[in-house]
Design a protein around this ligand. Sequence first.
Ligand code: ADP
Length: 631
Amino acid sequence: MTGPERLAGCRAKAQTLGNKKIRGNVLSAPRTPSDRSQLRAIAAGIALVIAFAVALWLTGDVTRKRALDDLAERSGHVLNLVSESLRGELAKHQSTPFLIAHNPEMARVVTGAAAPEEVLRANEALARWAKATDALDIYLLNSAGTTVATSNFAGARSFIGQNFSYRPYFTEAMKGRLGRYFAVGTTSGERGYYFANPIFDGRYVVGTAVVKLQVGHLEEAWRTTDHDIVVVDEDGIVFLSSDPTRRLRSLAPLSDEARDRITTQRRYDGAPLAPLDITTRTELPGGKALVTLRGTPDATASERRGREYLMQSRTMSDAGWTVMILARTDGVASYVFEAVAFAAITLTALLLAAANIHLRRRRLYERMQMQESAKVELERRVAERTDELVRAQSELVQASKLAALGQMSAGLSHELNQPLAAIRSYSDNARVFLERGRNDIVVSNLSAIGELTQRMARIIRHLRTYARKEPTTMGPTLVAKSIDEAVGLLQRRFDDGGIVLSVDLPSRGLTVIGGEVRLQQVFVNLISNAIDAMRDSQRREIAIVGRETNGRVIVSVTDSGPGIAPEHLASVFDPFFTTKDVGAGLGLGLSITYGIVKQFGGSINARNADGGGARFEIELTSARTALENAA
Ligand code: ADP
């Protein structure tokens, strides 16, 4: 295959795979549990991300509010200080025009009644006072608003002859009240604050004494890095500002009416009063607001982009102005950023810890579930095996019984043949004696026949019970009865072997938890083994002794045979262990006996008796005690 061919082949394969995939998607089968758990995981993930975002947003919001409150409190203190210092500064000068106005010489000057030397004296006095009080200018206006005397009479910019009737402080004072005003001086070009006091001649206002204060120097003290102070008039025009670029700018575009009024009063000496680029972002309670202020084109790039400030103001109504503080919120932003970052880190750490715990718990749970299902499976298998074993055991029991019956069959047929032969001869004799009229002998023969048939019936009954397949259920069982049945079955062997049997049981009888046929089988096995063992013995005795102690019944079967060789003691209960000749023993008797006793919840052991024979001892649960306990 050439390179391109191979490539084309691959592509074709990819195509078919791709198609398959698409078909698979189109025919999307009903959702499997793993699909569902995946969907659940995605939904949980989205919910977590949302909760995370909300938590961070809340943290940001709360810290921002807190930080703004702090900032507002701090800048509020500064605002109070600035307002108070302004008030004090003005108050210092407020009484000066009052004192001048009440000097009788001044009234003569403004009314024009004073001689030229008097006017000169007044000018000099005003100059002295101005120097003493640190005022910018002190001057007197006559009732037409024309300057008639001034502290700057000697200078190049002397006010003498200048008319200030357009200034509101003049009109206010001429009405007999204290005039207050701030403006840019039309002659000096300097920003000043004016106090004007009416000068009375008797009851009439004849002129005005005006003091102009310097205020520009106050701004110097306000200059800091993190806030700006501005003082604005009622039209929102910045009169004083710690930032020089904002002076004589308006906070909002001016109305035509305001612009006309300002022009008439020549308040700001023809300044353009361009509006500042200020936008209110959020109004906050307590007259505070978050504003963005953009710098003039000649400002730094960051100032041109705009900066956020927290703005607070205090109106000084008697001074006619409003003091404002603009506090920079940069600190707030970095504070909020730190808090949110901290919250994010903490939350992430918590989430990771929670996820870790969750994962561990899930793994543990899965492991426990696996162990649980493994346990259930194991128990099921054990139950299955136990069932099989029980079945095999009962089959084996039955098989060995039948085998034992086979072994016994020679003896049994002899046992049955003997009475049968006797019955035949009794009946033959009876016929003869009947013919002879010897009815008395016939009667005795018949009764002998009856006894013989009873004996046969007993043997057959023993066989039937022994051969019966008993269910594996258990209940109270009489020990004596099982021994009787076993002995009955083996009667012939006892008789043939000339064996002496002694049975020693308590008079009230022994009852154990078990099954009659199975217990009978136990005794058949033990007794027939004993008979086998004593084949070559001189003394042939079997002793069965039963006792009950502490709810346990112990029955021992002892013979006078040679006993069990010590090396065989450990193996006699093993299946297929036999010392007997081929055909004589299968080696199953004791193993089956062991199984039956275990099934009854008991135990069996083998040892050699002191007298030399073998002793098998079985221990079983007393049914009497079991019943009493249950009652
Ligand atoms: P089997 O009788 O078919 O050999 P058992 O399991 O009944 O099988 O007995 C196993 C072996 O235990 C016997 O072959 C014998 O060696 C020994 N044994 C059992 N009972 C006695 C006894 N009473 N005296 C001596 N040996 C015995």
